[in-house]
Each structure stands twice: as structure tokens, then as C-alpha cells.
Design a protein around this ligand. Structure first.
Ligand code: ADP
Ligand code: MG
Length: 890
């Protein structure tokens, strides 16, 4: 194992390369693998794994279960062994069910963590590789670009305008300029080591290459702090609220159970029997698994979202998603495919067309349908040359790598027969979305002359150009000419083309950085198509039906944005009234802008700061805002939004870190899918509550009514436990993963402050429970008068409850729609649970073996038939109540 150099900032690169046995082309893949074993993964601490045993035991760490076990052991001691063992088995079965559920939830969340883990780009064997940041090893060459989180401590090998924010490290919020060419004395303090970049800091500007000199705990950051975790395990508001509700219900049902048990004792039952019975009732009545079920529903929901390519980083975001009222989205790559092809070039007052599709480098440049020689059109030549060289995209192993806009320009240049190898880049000013342009200085190898080449948005370029080229002549750029160029840009944008402007200037020598972008000569425009994603139209429509607004926020030209917006149904008409540019936006007061926001759905030429303002204003107006972003500067807006959504493909590490959700495919339709899942989760938790609480309440009602009417004990402790811990478990879980109702995306967003217990839900629970009791109490009475046997009448009531649970579960699949408006059998898990419930009931009632343990006796076919018919018949009055309640309660 090579020892890591203690003061890499004081060594020359040659020394370091030798020490670490590596080079500028990086390690071999095999060597990197070996080093990963020697030095360990590049992370600070491994997350402690929850042991399955601990998880299993945690299922029983519940006061009520505890009391139940005590009660069971007492009854064991006084000689009721069978009863005690059966109770133990039921509790065990319930524990296993809970364990499986939580185990799966944990696994889903762990998988998610993996997906959201940070990545890094390294050079190995001369190739750029994207790898998980934890696999970076000493000796790797790390590629740094604006928006990256530095993955390990590096000694810089190359730095181009590299500025790094070391605030988490030094507390100093002004970015530090880095310089790879320095060699510093060993005693240089950390903040002054300008030839180094440290793990945990952020690249704000420029780019660079660094030689990894320390990873994981050996990094400077590792020595002082903890790295940010990928996925935060945070309780969601819903989980917190339900934990409180669960506790209250627990206390309440304990009181009810105690009172009921006291009644029983007064009526001559033994106190031990009643103690056990009361505790069973309390255990059964409280959905103490409430928070656990919510966690499970959330976990299953987020893993479903992950399958639909939305990776959730913070669980609370899932709940908020369901309440989203407005989605602010990027255009390029999110609404469009981000597969650009240059179609039109305007230079020297002539409009050229360029043929060929995609990234194929075969194609021709036509003028009025005839091929042209670009060398006869210096303006066209320069336009293509700037596109070719003022460009960070590259061809690697026959594949284009880089920003699709730049790839398109590179392809256009190659189609024209230009050769990038004839030039070398000597300086550059990188692109950023505030300036909306980038520049390079190149040296033409053949004649040694220097050229400044700049590309960017038209507005941005006109501000720094003083002349324009037409054929081989240069003219001053006057207002009239500027207007003509702007008109041409508008015309191209009107056809949904993304338009870029190009300019250049010849210089004697390499100018200093702030001397580059001035006095340029405008040479032309290139317009590229970026087809809309076909699925987005449908997704936008879905949003509108679901009461969600879609707002496009783009750095692109207003016309291009409006045309695409109209194409996708984001704006109803292609009228300027529906779009606003950054310039117009800046002249509006907050109040005026809020008014505009009611109607305008396209914001163009916007910079990240405007995004932040829009989020804030929308939130002030009571909106729940989901906002997408990708760049370094998007972090504040992503954080300010209720749900920050980062692009998985084009997004920077910084944007991903600031966000709640990462879109693996950058696709707008995925956001809508996530909203749908968010709504589904919430809906399902409510279905689960409706089922369990109305059913449990009805049980209490029947038991108490039985007492009050002076009847025998309607159900024994074992019956109660069996129903609630065994047969009701599976259907309740099945409701937790219920498929979305047909009206899910036709309803307006749920107000975020609205909890689970809406007035409507409480009314439904109340009405259903009374109705169930009304159906089942006579079963017990009639069963007793028909047989004069307590155990017989208990068995029919017991069976009646199980059958009724089936009906209640199907009815609970929607609190909004009547059962005939949805397919009641759409949930296959529920159907399976029902089969299990019925089969197990037949078994424990009809098999003599089980009769003894579960306090049952066989009953005739007639009774089976009556109970089934009763459960089926329950559906009708229940649905009528549903309709009535939905009319009076919201
Ligand atoms: P969006 O993603 O919403 O289209 P961007 O911030 O990526 O917005 O781009 C805004 C504008 O900046 C583009 O319309 C274009 O004019 C310009 N631009 C984009 N990419 C580059 C680049 N690589 N070099 C120079 N200018 C660019
Ligand atoms: Mg962009």
C-alpha cells in the first residue's frame, strides 16, 4: 500500500504522479479495483445495518402487546395453558407479519439510498468514467466542473477559471480561485492551499482536473466533520401526526376496554377472563401499527416511484407531492427530448438549410436547395467554426459526449467538413446560465493566428458585439442591423427552433480573461430543433385535470418557449400575453408579478435568481410549488420550493443535493407520475384507516351492546385477537398498496394542512361502524335463540365479522366513488387476502382440530350462506351512506 503524501500541495505534479504510481491518463481499471480494497471506500462511515433480529423483536416493543403477554402468562399459570399458547401464537404471527412489512420497507429505502448516492467522473485508462463517488481511489484523476461536489481531496493538475466554494470547510462564503500551476510551502494553511481542492467543497465556476491524494476518512473533511448523507431518514408530518393519534386511540380504547371488562366482572365473569378479554379488546381496537403501516406505505410508494424513475431523497416530500398545485419546469430536456439537430443557419443575410438527422455527421448545407461551398461564404464559415470550437462536447469511442446543444453544433461543423484538429484552445470563459454565453480563444495551428470565438443567446451576444460580418466584409453593428437580426431570431424561434448566436474576433496575442468578451464581430445564427417529448402532452393534460398548473421556466428565447408551450398545451394560445421575459419580469413589482402569474405560464430568458423570486411569490399566494433545476445556481430555488426536483442526467451534484427528488430520466412526465404516486399513497392510507377503524369500532359497539342487552359474551378474547391480528392484517396491508382510483387525477390537490381525518372520513367511519353493528348484532341474538348455545352463537358472530370485513374492505377502496364506479376486484392482493380470510375461517370452524383452540363449533351450510348474503347485502346501504356523506361533508 502506497503511503498517501502528507503535504501534496508542496510537491510538484511529477513527484506526485510518481509517488502515487499514476499518470494524467489515470489508473488502469484493475489497479483502481485493487486500490479500492486497500484504501477502502471513499466514504466517512458505513451506515449501521439494522439486524433482522432487532427488527423482529421491535415488533413486540409495544405496551399493549406487553400487557397481553402478561395476561396470557397469568392465564397459563392458573391452568389455562391452551388459551395462553394460542394467544402467544397469534401475537407471534402478527409479529412476523409486521416484521416482513418493515423489512421490505427498509430494503426499499436502502435501495433508494443507493440510487441517490453521489457520483463522480474520473479518468481511467484515458477515458472519462462516471462512477459512484464512494469508489474513487487515491491515484484517480478526478474531473471537476461547475456544480460538482468535490468527491475527494485532490492536488489540481489543471485549472481553468476554477472557483471553489469552501464555505462548509472554512466558513468563508466567497469562492476561492484555484491554480494548478502553484507549488506551495509545506506549512501553508489549509484555506491558502490554492493548488488543492478538498472533499465536500463545491465547484462554482470553471473546470479542472485533480489527482486524488486522499479519500474517505483520510480527507481533510473526513478529519473534521461528517459528510452529508444521501437519503435522510426523517419522519414525515403524517407519520408524526399519526403517532399522536395512535396514542390517543390507544388510551381511549384502554378506557373502553377497562369499562367493558368491569361490566363483565359485574355480570359474573371471572376477573381473570375479563382481564384477558379487556386487554385483547384494547390490542385489537387500536391500530397501534398505524405509524408502521404509514412508513410501509410510504416505502412501497417510493420504490414504485423509483420504478417510474423518480428517486425520492426525503420521505416528507412524498406527502407534499400529493398536494402540489403548481409545477415549475425547465424546458430543454424536461419538456423536450434534448436531442438537438441544427436545421437552419442564418449568416450574411442568407438563410441556409442543413440536412441530415440526429448525431449522424453526414449532411449537406444548402442555399435555395443547392449545396454550397462554405469557404465561399466567410460569414457562414465563421458561424460554423465558432459552433465547432467554442464547444466542450467531444467524440469518444465513436460516441458524442457532452451537452446536446453543443453536440448539435459540433455535428453541424463536422457536416460542413471543418477540422477541429487544426486549432488548439488556449483560453476560455465557461458558460453559465446567468451570462448565457461562453467564449474560447484558439490558435490556428497552420498560421499561428489567434481567434476569439463566442456563442450564446442573441441578447447576450449583441451586448458585446460592435460589428457584423456580411460575406467577406465587416460593418459596424447599428440599431437597424440589430433589429434585423432580432427579427430573424424571432422567425426561427417561431418554428420552435432553439436559436444560438455566434461572434468572433481576431487578436494578436492571448488577451486576459476580462478582455475577451468585447468588440466582437457578429457572424450568424444557428437554429436547432429539439422535438418535444411525445408523452409530455398527455402529462400536461393530466395536470390540468388534476387541478395542477404547469409553468415553463426557461433560459431560452421567448418565442421558442411559447411555441413549444403551445405545442404541449401549457398555454391555450400562442399569444405573447401568455409569456413573460426576464426583462419584463424585472420591471414588475411583486404585486404586479403575482397578478401576471395568474395567467402567464411561460417565463423566458430567466436566470436562477428569477426562479427563486417566482417560487417565493407562488408560495405567498398559497401554492404548493414543485420546481425543477439542474445548475449550480438553481440550489436556492430548489431549496425554497416545497418540492425541489433535480435532473438526474443533466443535473449538477449541487442541484441534486439541494433537491427532494431526483428525476432519473429528466422527464416532465415522470414528475406527474410522482405526483400521482404521492396522491395514491395518501389515498391508500385513508382507505386503510377507513377499513380498520370502522371495522374495529363496530366490534366495540357489538360487544358493548351485547353487554348492555344482558347477553352472553359475544366474542371471546381469542376471537377478538384472531380477527384483528390475523384475518384483518392482510386486507389492511393490501389496501395500503391499492392501485389508484380512477378519479385520483381528476380531483383537485389535497390542501396540505388537511390531515388524514377529514370530516368526511370521520363521518364515514362513524356511519359504517354503526351500520356493521346493526347488521351483526342480530346474528348473535338469532344464533343464540336458535341454538341456545353460547359457543355456537359466538361462532356465527365471529364468522359474520370475518365475512363482513371482506365487504368493508371492498367498500373502503374509495371514499369518493361508489363501488360500481370502480372495479372492486382490481387489487389482486386484496382478492388474495379475502381468499385467505374465507379459507382460514372455514378451516377453524369446520375442522374439529381447531375448534378446541379457537373456541368454535362447526356450523351448517345454511349459516354460511346467511352470513355471506348478509355481508354482500351490507354493500348497498353502505354505498348509499357514502353518497349521502359525500354530499354533506368534504
Ligand atoms: P434552458 O435549459 O432553459 O434551455 P439554459 O440555461 O440551458 O436554458 O440556456 C439558456 C440560453 O443560454 C440558451 O437559450 C442559449 O442561448 C444559451 N446557452 C445554452 N447553452 C449554452 C452553451 N453551452 N454555450 C453558450 N450558450 C449557451
Ligand atoms: Mg439547460
Amino acid at each position: 500500500m502506497t503511503k498517501l503524501p502528507p503535504n501534496p500541495h508542496s510537491l510538484t505534479l511529477e513527484e506526485l504522479f510518481k509517488l502515487l504510481e499514476t499518470s494524467i491518463t489515470g489508473l488502469s481499471v484493475a489497479e483502481a479495483k485493487k486500490r479500492l480494497d486497500t484504501y477502502g471506500p471513499n466514504e466517512l462511515e458505513e451506515a449501521p445495518k439494522k439486524s433482522p433480529l432487532k427488527l423482529f423483536l421491535a415488533q413486540f416493543a409495544n405496551v399493549l402487546i406487553f400487557i397481553l403477554l402478561i395476561a396470557a402468562s397469568i392465564s397459563f399459570l392458573v391452568g389455562d395453558e391452551i388459551e395462553a399458547v394460542v394467544i402467544l401464537l397469534i401475537v407471534l404471527a402478527c409479529g412476523v407479519l409486521g416484521f416482513i412489512q418493515e423489512w421490505k420497507a427498509d430494503k426499499a429505502l436502502a435501495a433508494l439510498k443507493e440510487m441517490a448516492a453521489p457520483e463522480a467522473i474520473v479518468i481511467r485508462e484515458g477515458k472519462h468514467l462516471k462512477i459512484p463517488a464512494r469508489e474513487v481511489v487515491p491515484g484517480d484523476i478526478l474531473v471537476l466542473a461547475a456544480g460538482d461536489k468535490v468527491a475527494a481531496d485532490v492536488r489540481l493538475v489543471e485549472s481553468i477559471n476554477l472557483k471553489i466554494d469552501e464555505a462548509p470547510f472554512t466558513g468563508e462564503s466567497v469562492p476561492v480561485s484555484k491554480d494548478a500551476s502553484l507549488v506551495l510551502p509545506p506549512e501553508t494553511p489549509l484555506p491558502d492551499r490554492r493548488n488543492m481542492a478538498f472533499a465536500g467543497t463545491t465547484v462554482i465556476n470553471g473546470r479542472g482536473l485533480g489527482l486524488v491524494v486522499a479519500t474517505g476518512k483520510a480527507t481533510e473533511f473526513g478529519k473534521i466533520a461528517h459528510m452529508l448523507k444521501g437519503v435522510e431518514e426523517e419522519k414525515t408530518p403524517l407519520e408524526k401526526r399519526l403517532a399522536v393519534i395512535g396514542r390517543w386511540l390507544g388510551v381511549l380504547s384502554l378506557i373502553v376496554a377497562a369499562v367493558a371488562a368491569a361490566f363483565g366482572i359485574m355480570r359474573g365473569h371471572s376477573w381473570l377472563e375479563m382481564f384477558l378479554w379487556g386487554v385483547s379488546l384494547a390490542v385489537a381496537a387500536v391500530p397501534e401499527s398505524l405509524p408502521a403501516v404509514v412508513t410501509a406505505a410510504l416505502a412501497i410508494g417510493v420504490s414504485r416511484m423509483a420504478k417510474r424513475r423518480a428517486i425520492v431523497k426525503r420521505l416528507p416530500a412524498v406527502e407534499t407531492l400529493g398536494s402540489t398545485t403548481v409545477i415549475c419546469t425547465d424546458k430543454t430536456g424536461t419538456l423536450t427530448k434534448n436531442e438537438m439537430t441544427v436545421k437552419k443557419i442564418w449568416a450574411g443575410d442568407k438563410l441556409f438549410e442543413i440536412t441530415g438527422t440526429g448525431y449522424e455527421t453526414k449532411g449537406q448545407i444548402l442555399y435555395k436547395g443547392k449545396p454550397v461551398d462554405i469557404f465561399h461564404h466567410p460569414d457562414l464559415y465563421h458561424t460554423l467554426l465558432v459552433g465547432l470550437l467554442c464547444n466542450d462536447a467531444r467524440l469518444e469511442d465513436g460516441k458524442f459526449i457532452g451537452d446536446p446543444t453543443e453536440i448539435a453544433l459540433l455535428v453541424a461543423g463536422l457536416k460542413a467538413g471543418l477540422n477541429p484538429e487544426a486549432f488548439e484552445r488556449v483560453a476560455e470563459v465557461p458558460f453559465d446560465s446567468d451570462r448565457k454565453r461562453m467564449s474560447v480563444v484558439v490558435r490556428e495551428k497552420a498560421n499561428g493566428r489567434y481567434l476569439i470565438l463566442t456563442k450564446g443567446s442573441l441578447e447576450s451576444l449583441l451586448g458585446i458585439s460592435s460589428h457584423y460580418q456580411k460575406d467577406d466584409k465587416i460593418f459596424p453593428l447599428n440599431a437597424q442591423e440589430k433589429q434585423k437580426i432580432a427579427q430573424m431570431t424571432d422567425a426561427m424561434a417561431d418554428e420552435a427552433l432553439r436559436v444560438m448566436a455566434f461572434a468572433f474576433r481576431e487578436v494578436e496575442s492571448v488577451p486576459s480573461e476580462n478582455e475577451i468578451e468585447r468588440d466582437l464581430i457578429f457572424c450568424g445564427l444557428q437554429g436547432m430543433i429539439d422535438p418535444p417529448r411525445p408523452e409530455v402532452r398527455e402529462a400536461v393534460k393530466k395536470c390540468h385535470e388534476a387541478g395542477i398548473r404547469v409553468i415553463m421556466i426557461t433560459g431560452d428565447h421567448a418565442k421558442t418557449a411559447l411555441t413549444i408551450g403551445y405545442d404541449l398545451g401549457i398555454v391555450p394560445e400562442k399569444r405573447p400575453a401568455f409569456a413573460l421575459t426576464a426583462r419584463e419580469l424585472e420591471n414588475l413589482s411583486d404585486h404586479e408579478l403575482k397578478e401576471k402569474l395568474k395567467k402567464v405560464s411561460v417565463f423566458a430568458r430567466v436566470s436562477p435568481a428569477h426562479k427563486l423570486r417566482l417560487v417565493k411569490l407562488l408560495k405567498e399566494d398559497g401554492h404548493i410549488v414543485a420546481m425543477t433545476g439542474d445548475g449550480v445556481n438553481d440550489a436556492p430555488a430548489l431549496k425554497a420550493a416545497d418540492i425541489g426536483i433535480a435532473m438526474g442526467i443533466t443535473g449538477t451534484q449541487v442541484a441534486k443535493e439541494a433537491s427532494d427528488i431526483i428525476l432519473a430520466d429528466d422527464n416532465f412526465a415522470t414528475i406527474v407520475a410522482a405526483v400521482e404516486e404521492g396522491r395514491t399513497i395518501f389515498d391508500n392510507i385513508k382507505k386503510y384507516m377507513l377499513f380498520l377503524l370502522s371495522f374495529n369500532l363496530s366490534e366495540i359497539l357489538v360487544l358493548i351492546a351485547g353487554f348492555l342487552k344482558g347477553l352472553a359474551l359475544p366474542l371471546t378474547a381469542i376471537h377478538i385477537l384472531w380477527i384483528n391480528l390475523v384475518t384483518n392484517g392482510p386486507p389492511a396491508l393490501a389496501l395500503g398498496v391499492d392501485p389508484p382510483a380512477p378519479d385520483l387525477m381528476k380531483r383537485p390537490p389535497r390542501p396540505p394542512q388537511e390531515g388524514v381525518f377529514t370530516r368526511r372520513l370521520v363521518a364515514l367511519i362513524g356511519a359504517f361502524s354503526v351500520l356493521i353493528a346493526f347488521f351483526l348484532l342480530p346474528v348473535f341474538v338469532y344464533g343464540f335463540s336458535a341454538s341456545q348455545s353460547v359457543i355456537f352463537s359466538q361462532t356465527v358472530l365471529f364468522t359474520g365479522f370475518v365475512f363482513m370485513a371482506v365487504a368493508v374492505a371492498y367498500v373502503s377502496r374509495s371514499e369518493y366513488l361508489n363501488i360500481w364506479r370502480y372495479n372492486p376486484l382490481a387489487n389482486k392482493w386484496l382478492n388474495l387476502s379475502v381468499l385467505f380470510m374465507v379459507a382460514s375461517q372455514i378451516m377453524i370452524v369446520q375442522c374439529p382440530f381447531f375448534n378446541k383452540y379457537l373456541h368454535t363449533v362447526p356450523i351448517s351450510e345454511k349459516w354460511w350462506f346467511i352470513l355471506a348474503a348478509l355481508a354482500l347485502f351490507y354493500i348497498f346501504p353502505a354505498e348509499i351512506l357514502k353518497s349521502l356523506i359525500s354530499r354533506f361533508f368534504r
